[in-house]
Design a protein around this ligand. Sequence first.
Ligand code: C2E
Ligand code: MG
Ligand code: MG
Length: 678
Amino acid sequence: MRTNRQLSAHQATVACLDNRLSELKRVHQPLWVYDFDDASIAWANAEALALWQAESLQVLSERDLSEDMTQVVTMRLQQYQQDFLRDDSIQFREYWTLYPNGDPQPVEILFSAFRLNDGRMAMFCEAQGFQRLDNDALRSSQALLYTSVMISLFSVTGEPLYRNPAARASVRSSDEHLHEHFIEDTAMRRLDIASEQEVNFVANVHVGSGERWHDISARRCLDAVSGESAWLISEVDVSQLKATQERANFLAEHDILTGLPNRNHVSIVLEQRILQMYARGDQGALIFIDLDHFKDINDSLGHAAGDSLLVEIANRLKHLVGDTDNIARLGGDEFLLLMGPLMDKGEVDARIAKLKQHLSEPMMLQGRNVRVTPSIGVSLFPADGKNINELMRHADLAMYHAKDLGRNEAAYFTQDMSEAVDCRINLESELMVALKEKQFSAWFQPRVDVQSGEIRGAEALVRWVHPERGIVSPADFIPACEDSGLIACLGKLVLTQAVIAQRQWAQNGHALKISVNLSPVQFAGETLVEDFMQIVEDNGGDPHFLELEITESVLLGNDQATIGKLQALVDYGFHIAIDDFGTGYSNLSYLHRYPISCLKIDRSFIAQLDTAQPIIELIISMARLFDLDVVAEGVETSAQLQALKAYDCQEYQGFFYGGAVAPGEFTALLGFDGEAAA
Ligand code: C2E
Ligand code: MG
Ligand code: MG
């Protein structure tokens, strides 16, 4: 509803126009003036009054046309006003359907700019000999007006002939030529092909608000007015889609956290750069970086701090290298750098020294001063490889070597590293065959009472009876079993043989405690407790005479899962011993936190009895305090045994009494001829 004030202003406009346009009153064609701001007809001649079905100008001018106007029409009219304000010489000829009193009236109207007396921009409308169009023509002309697809017609030389409202709304100026519309010249060249058939392409175009991406289809047609050849161009704004696509492409090749290129980028872009450098005869280096002890930061300060650290490292790398296309984050705390072209190895050395220095500078994380160091592996090209995969594999190997050197080191790839890996791969496949062909068996080393010299138990130690190499030591294959996951199978096999031996010796009157080694990898297995209980049940063993040897590293996590697992094993009857005691973290606080019943003093202490004496005595007295058994390992001499007697150590193992032997031989040691364990 209009206010009184608006009404009187409106009436003044109407009166004024009626005077000004009095000469047009007698024209036999409906003419009227549309007031955009007021959404009303400010003036109409008699023909227009008839068309609008109004008995007087007063009645018509008081109609508020905005009341039943759709939003699309409102926006279109706003657009017209803008167009006229920009250029008051333009005219549009369009088919409209007017709805006077709700009655549809299709008309062809010529719209032009019209200034009201108060200076506002209105629109002069001339309905031209409104012959009735057939329904299809009517609907198609309406569709052309309403569609958001920008449709325009250009002469073959590019002058604009027609634009639908959507095209008009987007264009910079009404007289813009076709070639001025495109930002890049290539678009016009593509259009040339359209003389034959329709062409479709996406182009960057100028619009009133700046630059956009339009999906364009262009075809040649005849101008319905001149009959001459023309371009019919339809355009859809796909900027949003294009931006989404570009983002998706970026994400496919970049790491979200640091914004650095990711592994995909490496195989695409770095591979190309290497090929180019190779073709030019340039030398370069591929640098593999892994942060030392990054996991500790994540565990102690939380993942958010870990993320901030990675971002900071990424920023330092960007700063050092400059061209981010030559850096990648491979995942976790691993980064890759491509350097080149380089003069010589001296230049690589210098750059790596700088890299190490910058990356290990302290940073603030959650109010703490934190410092991480990098382990760096380097492969040089073309010497160490001619493609990215080979170079990466070699730089990775060199990085592991740097870790072995004690971290915060850089290592260059050498051929030996590759051979070591080949050996490991061969070993893993051999181990699989060995498991299948039952080449493994548990041997037993006596555990002897220090005071009486009697056998109290035995440690099961696995042996690989290799068809060609003979007996292979576990030190040579346990790590490979751990890496490949075979350790779970192997562990169950050894436990089974140990349980059988325990049962058979017990049946012959020897209540021996049999210990079995448990690797940390095996301990982490989800079904460990159930599997072990099942093996004892199936083979008729007594868990109270079975001891599982774990290493200190298993206890480091100090988490509920570890305690729960150990407790479940102990509840079933197993004893738990700590193997190689004294070599790990020796954090004595865990001795009363975990259900442990035995400490096995590492043989390095026994080997250096003179210097290690205070430690051995300390371990033994502490064990007594916590009511734990103590076994000294690696006793090779009678002097060592005498010393252990003096320290009041309970049991020992060692070559002095005897090393590990096959079950049958062990049975003989016990002094009976019973059937040997399997
Ligand atoms: P460990 O558990 O500390 O076993 C003791 C090692 O010391 C055995 O080596 C044994 O033969 C050796 N030894 C015994 N007495 C003496 C001595 O007087 N002097 C010296 N120098 N050495 C002695 P082995 O059998 O080569 O086993 C090495 C390691 O392999 C074991 O160390 C254990 O950690 C691992 N291992 C052996 N069998 C298994 C197994 O079935 N499962 C797992 N997970 N690990 C095993
Ligand atoms: Mg052991
Ligand atoms: Mg040991």
